[in-house]
Design a protein around this ligand. Structure first.
Ligand SMILES: Cc1cc2nc3c(=O)[nH]c(=O)nc-3n(C[C@H](O)[C@H](O)[C@H](O)COP(=O)(O)O)c2cc1C
Length: 204
């Protein structure tokens, strides 16, 4: 599937997955490579991806996701984390943009200063940014999966603190969303209708 309108409109949240069909590590990495094409403020790229694909890891995750069977049946569950220290990680994240000649050294320094000021002493802002960035990456990943003939489901039905504890995530990484990805099995719901555009859109 390559038409963007078709990819967007055909995506649904799938609960039924063909448990016999796996994805290779290369296919999983390709999905993450596409997800990281998402934008982030200042190109912070304040996200991390954990791909849960082994039977043992799925079994550990299952109770933390309220035993939703798609954790076991989907080829992979991505735990998409946002990171809370963008002011620390930005210099390395942004350096390739300078090296490529896209922004100047002056702009680079200006952005580092701005990010330090915006997030350095503002944990609420840093957390908001982590959730924004991880969510944009999550949506991009779902569309990438759809384009490859896969199905997906975003999930907030999990114990985020429990996941962080079990995976021993650093305090700077928060699980924002899980996304199951795999091949569809029969029985998934059809596309759910949306509100009328004129009820959600206003023009100024
Ligand atoms: C942030 C978020 C969290 C969700 N959590 C779950 C979940 O834990 N389990 C689940 O089955 N579906 C979950 N969903 C899927 C929604 O129910 C679904 O997106 C919504 O009903 C619209 O259907 P559609 O995605 O098929 O268009 C979640 C969706 C979002 C965006």
């Amino acid at each position: 599937m390559s038409n963007i309108n078709e990819i967007i409109t055909s995506r649904t949240s799938a609960s039924n997955y063909d448990a016999t069909r796996k994805l290779s590590k290369a296919e999983i990495a390709e999905l993450v490579a596409l997800a990281t094409q998402a934008p982030s403020a200042f190109n912070l790229q304040n996200w991390k991806f954990i791909a849960v694909e082994s039977d043992a890891a799925k079994a550990s995750l299952l109770p933390l996701a309220y035993s939703q069977p798609k954790i076991t049946d989907a080829a992979v569950t991505f735990i998409i984390c946002g990171t809370l220290d963008p002011h620390v990680t930005l210099p390395a994240a942004l350096k390739p943009t300078v090296d490529a000649g896209i922004i100047t050294e002056e702009t680079y320094q200006g952005w580092l200063d701005a990010v330090q000021n915006m997030y350095g002493n503002n944990p609420v802002m840093a957390r908001d940014e982590a959730v924004r960035s991880a969510s944009l990456a999550a949506m991009t990943l779902m569309l990438a999966a759809q384009g490859k003939g896969l199905v997906s489901c975003p999930m907030i039905g999990f114990d985020a603190a429990g996941v962080a504890a079990q995976l021993e995530l650093p305090a700077t990484e928060i699980p924002v969303m899980m996304i199951t990805v795999g091949y569809a099995a029969p029985g998934n719901w059809a596309k759910k209708p949306r509100k009328a555009v004129d009820s959600v859109l206003s023009f100024l």
